[in-house]
Design a protein around this ligand. Structure first.
Ligand SMILES: [Zn+2]
Length: 323
C-alpha cells in the first residue's frame, strides 16, 4: 500500500482492512502478480532443516513469503501467513502434507487472504491471529505470551503493534531440535527494514522493536516480504560507514541477481545493520542530525530514539531507489 497519510489514504485503508473490498482488491493483486511474473515465483527458496524440524519459505504474490514449518517425526505442520491459498495448496499436494494450523501475523490480505479457502479445504484447521486485529476466519485469537504447540512445534506469541494495531510475531522454540529459535516476523521486521506504521506511532513501534531486539542473538529471522535489496540500499545511504551493512548489501545483490531468497538473517545480524533496530547508535543519531556529536549514552533516551525512528521511517518513505 502507498504512503500513510491523507484523507484519501485513510478512507482507502479503512475499506481495504475492514470491508470485503479488501478481499476483492487482494484477488486482483494475486492475479496481477501471477501475470507480471508469468506464473513463476519471485524467488527461489530451499528448505532449512535441523534434525526433525524443517522450514520452507513459499514465495507468493510479488514479494511475500509464507512459511511451512514441519516436525517430520510427528508430522505436525504449521503455515505462517498463507496469503495465496492456491500456491500453498500446490506445495501441500506435491508433498502430501495436511496442515494442523495457520498462524497469521496481521490482518492485511496479502498475509491473511488464504484463510477462507484453506479452511474450506481443511475444515478442522486452527487459525491463530492477534485478538485485536480483525483477522478473517480466526478460530483461536492470541495475545502476548500465549504459547501454541503442535507435537514438538512450540511457538510463543509476542505482541508487536505498530504496523497494525494487533500485529503479533511468533517465535519457534528450536531447543528440542538442537536448532536456534526462529522468528516469524510478518511485516514487523524485514531484513534491514521494518513495516510502515499504519496503525501506530513511533514510540509504539519502538517498544515493539525493543522486544525483538531482546531475542537470542542467534534467532533466525523469517520476514513476511523479500525486501532486502531495497532495504539495504537505503541502509547503506543512511549509514555509509557501516561495513557490515555494505557487505550484506553486496551479498544480497549477488543473491537477487539470480532471484535467490535472502532469508533467514539473524537477530545479531539485524542489530548490526538494520537502522530501525539501531536508533540508539551514535552513527545513526549523528547521521540523522538528531543529536550533535559527541553523544553521551545518558542523552539517548527513549524519546530521542522514537524521534530517530520516526525520522528513519520518513527518510525511507521519501528515498529514491536506483531501480
Ligand atoms: Zn502488512
Amino acid at each position: 500500500m502507498s504512503k500513510a497519510g491523507g484523507c484519501c489514504f485513510r478512507i482507502g485503508y479503512f475499506l481495504y482492512t475492514r470491508t470485503r473490498i479488501g478481499y476483492w482488491y487482494h484477488q486482483k493483486e494475486l492475479k496481477k502478480a501471477r501475470e507480471k511474473l508469468n506464473g513463476a515465483d519471485h524467488s527461489t527458496t530451499s528448505v532449512t532443516e535441523f534434525k526433525d524440524l524443517s522450514i520452507l519459505p513459499i514465495p507468493m504474490l510479488l514479494d511475500n513469503y509464507c512459511y511451512l514449518i514441519q516436525d517430520k517425526q510427528t508430522n505436525n505442520v504449521i503455515l505462517v501467513d498463507p496469503g495465496d491459498p492456491d500456491r500453498v495448496l500446490k506445495v501441500l499436494k506435491e508433498t502430501n502434507i495436511k496442515p494442523d494450523a495457520i498462524l497469521i501475523t496481521h490482518k492485511h490480505w496479502d498475509h491473511s487472504g488464504g484463510n477462507a479457502k484453506l479452511k474450506s479445504v481443511f475444515p478442522t484447521i486452527r487459525i491463530y491471529g492477534g485478538a485485536m486485529d480483525h483477522i478473517p476466519e480466526v478460530t483461536h485469537p492470541v495475545a502476548d505470551g500465549d504459547v501454541i504447540q503442535f507435537g514438538g512445534l512450540k511457538l510463543k506469541v509476542i505482541f508487536t503493534p505498530g504496523h497494525t494495531v494487533g500485529h503479533v510475531v511468533y517465535v519457534l522454540d528450536g531447543s528440542s531440535y538442537g536448532a536456534p529459535d526462529s522468528l516469524f516476523s510478518g511485516d514487523h521486521l524485514f531484513l534491514s527494514g521494518c513495516g510502515r506504521m499504519f496503525e501506530g506511532n513511533a514510540s509504539t513501534m519502538l517498544r515493539s522493536l525493543d522486544k525483538i531486539a531482546n531475542l537470542k542473538a542467534d534467532t533466525l529471522v523469517w520476514p513476511g516480504h523479500e525486501y532486502a535489496e531495497d532495504d539495504l540500499e537505503f541502509t547503506c545511504d543512511l549509514e555509509p560507514e557501516n561495513d557490515t551493512a555494505q557487505d550484506k548489501y553486496e551479498w544480497t545483490k549477488r543473491k537477487r541477481e539470480v532471484k535467490d531468497a535472502t532469508c533467514p538473517s539473524t537477530i545479531h545480524e539485524e542489530k548490526s545493520y538494520n537502522p530501525f533496530l539501531r536508533t540508539g547508535e551514535e552513527t545513526i543519531l549523528r547521521n540523522l542530525g538528531i543529536l550533535a556529536s559527541p553523544l553521551s549514552p545518558l542523552n539517548i533516551t527513549d524519546d530521542v530514539r522514537s524521534k530517530a525512528l520516526a525520522e528513519v521511517r520518513d527518510r525511507k518513505d521519501r528515498f529514491k531507489y536506483k531501480l
